[in-house]
Design a protein around this ligand. Structure first.
Ligand SMILES: Cc1cc2nc3c(=O)[nH]c(=O)nc-3n(C[C@H](O)[C@H](O)[C@H](O)COP(=O)(O)OP(=O)(O)OC[C@H]3O[C@@H](n4cnc5c(N)ncnc54)[C@H](O)[C@@H]3O)c2cc1C
Length: 436
């Protein structure tokens, strides 16, 4: 069988279809727009950028920049088009979005292997191999079927992410390890606050500008246990001190006392390089999040690896469902691609579409699937989302915290610039003479 279905002509789906066609596979590419809309897309164009027109940095010593270099080395169609239609924006790859979509559509049309069909897919197709790339705004009917297929606990409808910081940048002269009431391992990092520090923090929080929710998100009810920190704060000065910032049972062994309030940080990755701020899911603008995080004692110079977000985002629980090849564990002719897998962001969505397309083709051509190592940014991303030891899976974008550590001494690791250069060089060397 050398035919496959791709669901969704967004960033991931178009890339996946083009990769399949390049390898001689016939593709039925389904797109529901304009017959049915997502609420965020405004055109009927394939590969529409729904919000900003920037794909982030192209500097290869930046995590997102390295990912782009890897995608070029692997022959991504969409990343090359993005560079072709780029606009001046410093180190960022900003694009002319309508020209981008137009060029993608031209390529789709030019391919004799791709049939572009405007139709909503309401169930995961059973009769042919499938790449599901229906995005964070997957239509309700298809989402319902994916939920049935994966099990209801394996589909999420909202991102409610707290900021994540790099452990190395935490000031342990102020922060300390402890678990509440000394129960179990002291695995939480705690940032203590006195009354004055708490009041200053509260002022910043309560006055910070928030991101407006989109129309289709306004009806959404956040779970009480998952409320944005700014909503909790608006209920009263002390609400946080009786909620996520409660200090009881957290004794700093250096002083033997409990504090007025405490921000707890929980380990977020296996190698313990990333820590998330417990209960800090937020919709604040990024500048405000930075100010707020840096006002916390111990996090004055924290390197924020990802910012908090709260918005509609349909994604599967990839750690229980996918291999790092993006193949579904319980149905081998089914692959997932794009934001629905938890690889978050424009560049990451295209990247996972590329890998899913390559691997679906390999599957159909009976070749071994491509599993990238974790020294590469794309390998780190796909291993991160498919790591079954994760308990609280949330989507992730490219960042240095997920990449395999360098085997060098601590002094080099502390030099962030040098470390990133070395991490980047290691991956670029891997892709020299790379063929897929
Ligand atoms: C409101 C919003 C703003 C965002 N802003 C940014 C940003 O500024 N920067 C950034 O890096 N990332 C952003 N993202 C995250 C993400 O990068 C984008 O959503 C990206 O477009 C995801 O790519 P994708 O291919 O997975 O999904 P999409 O590009 O959304 O493609 C999915 C396609 O599938 C179609 N589809 C859905 N259901 C069906 C069905 N049942 N049958 C057929 N077709 C279907 C959709 O119409 C769509 O065309 C944003 C996400 C959202 C929701």
């Amino acid at each position: 069988m050398t035919k496959a279905i791709v669901v969704g002509a967004g960033l991931a789906g178009c890339e996946a279809a083009l990769q399949l066609a390049k390898r001689g596979i016939e593709v039925d590419l389904y797109e529901m727009r304009p017959l049915k809309t997502t609420g965020a897309h405004t055109t009927q164009n394939p590969a529409e950028f729904v919000c900003s027109n920037s794909l982030g940095s192209f500097d290869t010593t930046n995590a997102s920049g390295l990912l782009k270099a890897e995608m070029k080395a692997m022959g991504s169609f969409l990343i090359n088009i993005a560079f072709d239609v780029s606009l001046p924006a410093g180190n960022a790859l900003a694009i002319d979005r309508s020209l981008f979509s137009q060029k993608v559509e031209e390529l789709l049309k030019k391919s004799e292997k791709i049939n572009f069909i405007r139709k909503e897919i309401t169930q995961i197709p059973q009769n042919l191999p499938v790449v599901i790339a229906s995005g964070p705004l997957t239509s309700d009917t298809l989402a319902e079927d994916i939920k049935t297929f994966t099990g209801s606990q394996h589909l999420h409808f909202f991102d409610a992410i707290a900021p994540i910081v790099e452990k190395e940048s935490i000031n342990f002269e102020k922060a300390f390890y402890a678990s509440r009431y000394d129960k179990g391992e002291a695995s939480y990092i705690n940032c203590p606050m006195n009354k004055e520090e708490y009041e200053r923090f509260y002022e910043i929080l309560i006055n910070a500008p928030k991101i407006e929710l989109k129309e289709f998100e306004k009806d959404a009810k956040f779970f009480e246990s998952c409320l944005p920190i700014e909503v909790l704060a608006s209920r009263g000065t002390d609400t946080l001190r009786y909620g996520p910032m409660k200090p009881v049972g957290l004794v700093d062994k250096r002083t033997g006392t409990e504090n007025y309030a405490v921000v707890q940080l929980r380990q977020d990755d296996k190698s313990a390089t990333m820590y998330n701020l417990v209960g800090f899911q937020t919709n604040l603008k990024w500048g405000s999040q930075k100010e707020l995080v840096h006002s916390i004692p111990g996090l004055e110079n924290a390197n924020i690896l990802r910012y908090g977000v709260m918005h509609r985002n349909t994604f599967i629980n990839s750690p229980n469902l996918l291999n790092p090849t993006l193949q579904c564990r319980k149905r081998e002719d089914l692959f997932f691609a794009g934001q629905i897998t938890g690889t978050e962001g424009y560049t990451e969505s295209i990247a996972s579409g590329m890998l899913a397309g390559i691997n679906m083709a390999k599957y159909l051509l009976k070749e071994p699937l491509l599993e990238l190592p974790q020294i590469t940014m794309l390998g780190a991303l796909t291993h991160y989302i498919s790591d079954s030891s994760q308990k609280h899976f949330q989507p992730v974008n490219s960042n240095w915290g997920i990449v395999e550590e360098l085997n060098v001494d601590k002094k080099i690791k502390k030099n962030k610039k040098l470390k990133n250069e070395m991490l980047s060089k290691r991956s670029i060397e891997y892709f020299e003479n790379f063929q897929v």
